[in-house]
Design a protein around this ligand. Structure first.
Ligand SMILES: [Zn+2]
Length: 145
């Protein structure tokens, strides 16, 4: 399993991976036949009715979130796959749908791992701060630092 650091795209970095090898299997070159699987995401800006262009002055993001509804077992957490991507759009390339699927499974696995870790940290935090909760893990706005 490859080592993946999240977010995989941020700021000026709008494509993943940096090189031309599949970021999951690290075996196949992405430009070789038969082709590649692409996760393309972002925003479009309306310019006229039924017309859109790249929202290149906006920042794109892609986040997986677990939102807890149980105050007794509060474990909100998130994973930023893409964050504050300058061009408003980004692309993740894989040599096959199998590698794309494995990457997405890895992302969901990481979200589950963070939930378990959050619960563990919360128990330790609440022992020192009775009655207090962690802040929400997925702010709806943030600043570039
Ligand atoms: Zn691959």
């Amino acid at each position: 399993m490859p080592s993946v650091k999240f977010p995989v795209v941020k700021g000026k970095r709008v494509v993943f991976p940096k090189d031309h090898l599949c970021p999951w299997c690290r075996k196949r070159k992405l430009g070789k036949p038969p082709g590649m699987a692409i996760l393309n995401a972002g925003a479009l800006r309306p310019t006229a009715p039924e017309c859109y262009t790249m929202a290149d002055t906006d920042a794109a993001f892609m986040t997986l979130v677990w939102h807890s509804n149980d105050p007794a077992n509060y474990d909100d957490t998130s994973i930023h796959i893409a964050d504050l991507v300058n061009t408003g759009q980004f692309e993740l390339y894989f040599c096959s749908t199998e590698c794309l699927r494995a990457f997405l499974n890895y992302c969901v696995d990481e979200l589950e791992r963070r939930r378990r870790s959050y619960r563990h940290r919360q128990v330790r935090y609440q022992k020192g701060n009775p009655g207090r909760q962690f802040a929400t893990a997925y702010p709806l706005s943030r600043s570039r630092k």
